[in-house]
Design a binder for this molecule. Structure first.
Ligand SMILES: C[S@@+](CC[C@H](N)C(=O)[O-])C[C@H]1O[C@@H](n2cnc3c(N)ncnc32)[C@H](O)[C@@H]1O
Length: 201
């Protein structure tokens, strides 16, 4: 039986998609995949696409791996690592075809805004990690974090906003989205593509 957990020999070297999956040049990332509801549904729907979940909590990593292995979803891997480190240092630049960043903690207090992943200095990191025409897809129930992300992304020449109508393409709801919607909350979504602009180092 295949092992869904990816256990790198070396956390300090850059990794190709081939190192992680055994072949291939690009993959899709579910950043902070939680219990993996979205990741597993995407992997079932697109068996020829590689899906890598990044998650820091061991219990969640184990649960996603166990479900992927039981179903033999061989296009799934899960890596226990911190999101920003993964994007900045771990994955080879240009390896990510789509980055899904779904229902993250919005860090609502002003003094905690520095903990938000999306910041000016994060945009070149994201741009470098994405493949040409690679996409960044974001969802949140938190209106202020949604506006924050729109403002950062729209003000950057590194990205352009794409349309994302309901049912424009297959896109299952995450576990947190289902939870927030059951409480009557609205989920905002935004989709961006990497431009050919060169990021300054
Ligand atoms: C609010 S949950 C959302 C889970 C899933 N995306 C969903 O929508 O159901 C956020 C997840 O991201 C993980 N997480 C938060 N910060 C992280 C980080 N810096 N690196 C890796 N995982 C992180 C948390 O452990 C948690 O499982």
């Amino acid at each position: 039986m295949f092992q869904a957990a990816y256990l790198p020999e070396n956390y300090f070297s850059q990794h190709d998609v081939e190192d992680i999956f055994g072949n291939g040049e690009t993959c899709e990332i579910d950043l902070g995949c939680g219990d993996g509801g979205f990741l597993l549904q995407m992997a079932r729907q697109y068996p020829d696409t590689k899906f890598l979940g990044i998650e820091r909590l061991l219990g969640r990593v184990r649960s996603v791996c166990s479900n992927a292995e039981t179903e033999r979803l061989e296009n799934v891997r899960v890596l226990r690592l911190e999101s920003r480190y993964f994007l900045e240092w771990f994955i080879r630049p240009g390896s990510i075809s789509r980055l899904h960043y779904l229902c993250p903690d919005p860090w609502p207090k002003t003094r905690h805004h520095k903990n938000r992943l999306v910041q000016d200095h994060f945009l070149p990191v994201l741009h470098r990690a994405l493949a040409p025409q690679g996409e960044f897809l974001f969802k949140t129930d938190h209106e202020e974090y949604y506006e924050w992300v729109l403002e950062h992304m729209n003000n950057s020449p590194l990205f352009r906003k794409l349309t994302w109508e309901e049912n424009e393409f297959y896109y299952p709801k995450t576990d947190f989205q289902l939870h927030w919607e059951s409480m009557g909350k609205h989920i905002h979504r935004a989709r961006f593509a990497k431009t050919e602009h060169t990021a300054q180092a």
